[in-house]
Design a protein around this ligand. Structure first.
Ligand SMILES: Nc1ncnc2c1ncn2[C@@H]1O[C@H](COP(=O)(O)OP(=O)(O)OP(=O)(O)O)[C@@H](O)[C@H]1O
Ligand SMILES: [Mg+2]
Length: 229
């Protein structure tokens, strides 16, 4: 029986303190119900969120270099993955956090849920999620971000930004050309976008809400979808 494989990039902001475990659980429960029905496997990539941002900006202030800042950030994203795993006692959950995409390719044959964070300095967790989707021939890449979707410009800077239900990948490259640094990657960085483009990964950007995840998994149009023509 072939399972659908879904890669979910989970905003690190879900792990901001004080941590809202109830909200995390409702999102995980949507995945569990798909796994329990034998319909799907999930690779969840956890981001850095407020925890990473707070620690990285304090360290940057005293002159720590970007490489080391990224290393610290990676450990924080992996801690978030560990928190997620600790909420799940099921035997289908991979207890080890993969350090490489090769490990992901091996583990996905054995487990139904894998959680992981970053893997290498210079690479965002969005890029990791795109590579994981590419390597496992995932059916969908689902990015759950506090932005809730893709706008024609940064909605935090421009209150008049327009929500885009569909956006062409080349147009998205143009929209997202902000600077990139440790602990700060725009909605999706260039590496992630390049992977999505070269493998035409079916990508949705949605809010970190269980209801929205459910809708995407059901094949409904929710949030923003990246298109290739
Ligand atoms: N065109 C755009 N559409 C949507 N969001 C955008 C756009 N350009 C920039 N952004 C910004 O991208 C950011 C995405 O959120 P951010 O990466 O900080 O958090 P996250 O993805 O929810 O969590 P994390 O990356 O820490 O796991 C938001 O601050 C949003 O304002
Ligand atoms: Mg982000």
């Amino acid at each position: 029986l072939k399972h659908d494989i879904f890669v979910v990039k989970l905003t690190g902001n879900l792990f901001n303190l004080p941590i809202n475990l109830k909200k995390l659980a409702t999102i995980i429960n949507v995945m569990k119900s798909y796994i329990d029905k034998g319909r799907a496997k999930f690779i969840v990539v956890t981001g850095g969120g407020g925890n990473a941002r707070a620690i990285i900006s304090a360290l940057r202030e005293i002159g720590v270099n970007e490489y080391q800042l990224d290393q610290v950030g990676i450990e924080i994203t992996r801690m978030h993955a560990k928190i997620l795993i600790s909420l799940l006692q099921d035997e289908y959950v991979c207890k080890k956090i993969p350090y490489t995409i090769d490990e992901v390719m091996d583990y996905i044959n054995i487990y139904s849920l894998i959680a992981m964070g970053g893997i290498s300095p210079g690479m965002s967790t969005n890029a990791v999620s795109a590579l994981a989707a590419e390597a496992t021939k995932a059916d969908k890449l689902i990015t759950m971000t506090k932005a809730g979707g893709i706008y024609d410009k940064d909605p935090e800077k421009f209150p008049n930004a327009t929500f885009l239900k569909e956006v062409n990948i080349d147009r998205l490259f143009e929209i997202l050309t902000e600077h990139e640094a440790a602990g700060y990657y725009p909605l999706l960085d260039k590496v992630a976008l390049s992977i999505i483009r070269r493998s035409k990964i079916d990508t949705y950007v949605i809010a970190p809400e269980a209801e929205q995840l459910k809708l995407v998994l059901e094949g409904k149009n929710v949030g923003s979808r990246i298109i290739f023509k």
